[in-house]
Design a protein around this ligand. Structure first.
Ligand code: FAD
Length: 466
């Protein structure tokens, strides 16, 4: 009997744990992907870059499998029903997939496994997305780490070559009927991915990776914090959809001794592990006492933040970068997240949700981890009394305002000394430049010093609890 590999967030045909395991069984291997209505129907818009990215990635995966005699079977429906049905049609008992650490995905996979079991089948789940998962890296006391540095040290200590060796995917693929549904048939409109220069699939990942590895990987540690500089890898959307293998990246980071960059890949493992071991973080604070905080009820503040019109240039430039492209620089994710919670006094979940809607690389584990870090409610988070000053952050990480001017063109003519806090310009100077604060660009939505005091008071419930 043949086997079936169910692709989800691992859209490549090489170095793929589930594919390797299925092929190693010696059976001919069918390959399938389901556009899951449970996920797609819940998306807020029918124009979604992620759906187009997946679609483009599947075209490449299908073409790669066809070169090897196979092809991708693509269905549109509820994955929980489609996979058992497809297994029945193909006469497959053994279904293989790579493990997903999100609670909803785990529930779905358990249901599929139960359904397959009714006809004597099984869903085999493999580790592929991460180097170490679940309880593979534990503290001396046998518990999951909740602080990054000791986790990282234990992760590195445990690492052997076998942990990042590629999986070989040689074997037999039975032919598949040709033809994927079009984006329109899925009910989605084309997006601006091509205009943004975002190339999906294995080809897009390869291009970014070759460029990063050839040049920037060694300068990552010094360039990574400056949003105006091309310093980072831009691989997050590819890691999200598995168009490149984490093992390949870790192997190269080790070979190049690119420790600063390797660290980020370890953060990625860390947050997957946290989500898997502490699934309550999906809607609650990792540190429960933080759920006692009373957040502000301020829809206008949230809207100004979302639309990039808070009057703080770096915050606004960052939010406009997100709205324009679906990506935001890591330093800016920290700045705008802190601004939402600690300047506007709004619940981190509101920001988390907005990011989830907008980020091409949206990933529940990393996004939740990042937001809870900024809100101070997470494991190993920013201490609650540490509050980013949005002007100082701007002076430090966008010193000549180059990034600000790119995304907030109405400030293009503002001199460097005022670019981080344009409301400090005199009225006459504003008139002379033709950039009047309150008319051409908003005044600051809050006074940072006053907001800081309010936040310290708001967070005091936490201090009382510890
Ligand atoms: P690089 O700097 O080149 O890093 C390489 C890879 O390491 C990234 O692609 C990513 O997979 C991983 N990585 C880097 N930093 C982190 C981190 N802090 N946590 C986990 N993994 C990391 N990342 C996402 O992939 N999806 C998200 O939804 C997401 N939401 C975030 C929300 C907030 C509030 C914050 C502060 C961070 C968030 N991050 C998220 C982490 C980080 O900002 C992005 O991974 C990074 O900016 C992506 O750009 P890059 O691929 O060029 O990263």
């Amino acid at each position: 009997a043949p086997a079936l590999v169910w692709f989800r967030r691992d859209l490549r045909d090489h170095d793929h744990a589930a594919l390797a395991a299925a092929l190693a069984s010696g059976r001919p291997v069918h390959c399938a992907f389901v556009f899951d209505r449970d996920i797609l129907d819940a998306l807020p818009s029918r124009t979604d870059r992620r759906v187009e990215f997946i679609h483009g990635s599947l075209l490449q995966l299908d073409a790669a499998l066809r070169q090897r005699g196979g092809g991708l079977i693509v269905r549109h429906g509820h994955a929980g029903e489609e996979i058992p049905r497809l297994a029945g049609e193909l006469g497959v008992a053994e279904v293989y997939a790579n493990r997903d650490y999100e609670p909803a995905a785990q529930a779905r996979d358990a249901a599929v496994d139960r359904q397959l079991a009714t006809t004597g089948g099984r869903l085999h789940l493999l580790k592929d997305q991460v180097i170490f998962e679940c309880d593979e890296v534990l503290s001396g006391a046998g518990r999951p780490y909740t602080v990054f540095t000791p986790y990282k040290n234990a992760w590195r200590k445990r690492l052997s070559t076998a942990d990042h060796a590629p999986f070989t995917t040689q074997g037999r693929f039975p032919p598949a009927p040709a033809g994927l549904p079009t984006l329109a048939e899925l009910g989605f409109a084309p997006t601006d991915l091509p205009e943004l220069g975002i190339v999906p699939g294995m080809a897009g990942a390869r291009r970014l990776w070759d460029e990063f590895r050839a040049g920037r990987i060694h300068r990552y540690g010094t360039l990574r914090d400056f949003p105006a500089v091309k310093g980072v890898s831009y691989l997050s959307v590819h890691l999200r959809f598995g168009t490149i293998s984490i093992r390949e990246l870790v192997s190269a980071a080790l070979a190049e001794q690119a420790d600063a960059w390797l660290n980020e890949l370890i953060w990625r493992d860390f947050y997957f592990m946290i989500l898997d071991r502490f699934p309550q973080v999906v809607d609650r604070a990792f540190k429960p006492e933080y759920d006692a905080i009373r957040w502000a009820d301020w829809p206008e503040g949230l809207a100004a933040w979302q639309q990039g019109r808070t009057g703080y240039p770096l915050v606004d430039a960052a939010m406009r970068q997100l709205n324009h492209s679906g990506w935001m620089h890591n330093r800016l994710r920290m700045v705008v997240a802190s601004f939402l919670c600690k300047d506007l006094g709004l619940d981190w979940r509101l920001g988390e949700r907005y990011f989830a809607e907008r980020l091409n690389d949206f990933d529940l584990a990393a996004n939740n981890g990042g937001w809870q870090w900024a809100a101070s409610s997470g494991c190993d988070a920013q201490p609650w009394f540490r509050i980013f000053n949005p002007v100082t952050q701007s002076e430090k990480f966008d010193p000549d305002g180059k990034f600000i001017r790119r995304y907030v063109p109405e400030l293009a003519r503002v001199p460097d000394k005022y670019i981080h806090a344009p409301w400090t310009m005199g009225r006459l100077e504003q008139e002379a430049l033709g950039v009047v604060i309150g008319r051409d660009y908003p005044g600051p939505i809050v006074d940072h010093a006053a907001a800081r005091e309010k936040t310290l008071a708001r967070y005091a419930v936490v201090k009382k609890a510890v």
